[in-house]
Ligand binder design. Structure first.
Ligand code: DON
Length: 308
């Protein structure tokens, strides 16, 4: 098996190249609290199945994980409900923006996949019906998979997004009108905004994806998250839908399953080999981290370790 032995040198080299280059784009402007984040921060954390780890730059600074949480909420719903979840949400790339409403009307309120906002709202609705104390229980799950107790919601960010969340409010109510939301839309939205507001650093976030990277598919504490087939399926959806309308581009240039968030984070997984988290707040026009995308493209090229 091709093993990376020089990951530190490669990360150092690419990091220097990128941090001294342009920093195009801007932090997510539509969520007031996220627009305030210093756009020059840039962190990377690498971990392999061989227990090699390496952090670079601002890897210990916490940031808003935003849509990256959708992988964790999907995983918990999949764990609790199994394949029945696919009756209410599809697994096809949407070919449109993460907050788009257009397909929902012709698709009878069944979102194309669990990573666009509509799909994530349906997953939240499922969890709301399943969990006794949704906010507490979800955070416990995230802490368990990340192997860290120091993971919290950011109430200010959640309220900031709620105060301007017109798109998500529209999406949730629209899906409800088709009967694909069971709970009160206000409760679903409150849960969703809180989940998006979770903050982690690059190390915590990379560890949170360990169960998708490691062949044992277990958390650090040894408890099973998903079975092998379920984990493969989550990776497949990350590959095809993890970057919205840029998913094809990410597969083309980076060649790994991954997930982005408008906080500027990206996590990418090479099953059986490694997991990498990059964070830089400036986003491109598709809502994905400009420097993060560039870094990962260079990383898989230099290491020759993409899945293709
Ligand atoms: O719902 C939203 O618009 C945000 N809370 C999350 C969007 C997001 O992270 C899209 N990812 N690139």
């Amino acid at each position: 098996m091709h093993r990376i032995t020089n990951h530190k040198e490669i990360i150092d080299k690419i990091y220097e190249e990128i941090i001294t280059g342009d920093n195009l784009g801007a932090p997510a402007g539509y969520i007031p609290e996220l627009a305030k984040v210093d756009p020059n921060q840039f962190g990377v954390y690498f971990m392999s199945t061989e227990n090699d780890t390496y952090g670079k730059g601002d890897w210990q600074t916490k940031f808003s994980i935003q849509s990256i949480m959708k992988v964790l909420s999907l995983s918990l719903a999949y764990q609790m409900l199994g394949d029945s979840i696919w009756k209410r949400v599809g697994v096809e790339p949407s070919g449109s923006a993460f907050n788009s409403l257009v397909r929902l009307e012709t698709d009878n309120g069944i979102p194309r996949n669990p990573f666009i906002n509509g799909g994530a709202l349906v997953i939240c609705d499922m969890l709301l019906s399943q969990l006794k104390n949704p906010l507490f229980d979800f955070l416990s799950f995230v802490r368990e998979v990340s192997g860290s107790d120091k993971v919290y919601y950011n109430e200010t960010v959640a309220q900031s997004e709620a105060s301007v969340g017109y798109r998500n409010i529209a999406l949730c109510n629209f899906i409800k009108s088709f009967g694909n939301i069971d709970n009160d839309p206000n409760e679903v939205l409150d849960f969703y905004f809180h989940m998006c507001s979770i903050e982690m650093d690059c190390q915590q976030l990379a560890h949170s994806f360990e169960f998708l990277m490691d062949g044992k598919f277990r958390t650090k504490n040894g408890s099973s998250v998903l079975n092998l087939s379920q984990s493969k399926r989550i990776n497949a959806i990350m590959q095809t839908c993890g970057f919205y309308d840029e998913s094809g581009e990410f597969a083309f240039k980076v060649g790994l399953p991954g997930k982005s968030g408008v906080g500027g984070g990206i996590v990418a997984v090479h099953p059986e080999k490694y997991c990498i988290c990059v964070w830089s707040p400036n986003l491109n026009e598709n809502g994905n981290s400009h420097r993060g995308m560039k870094f990962l493209e260079r990383f898989t090229t230099e290491t020759e370790l993409s899945i293709f």
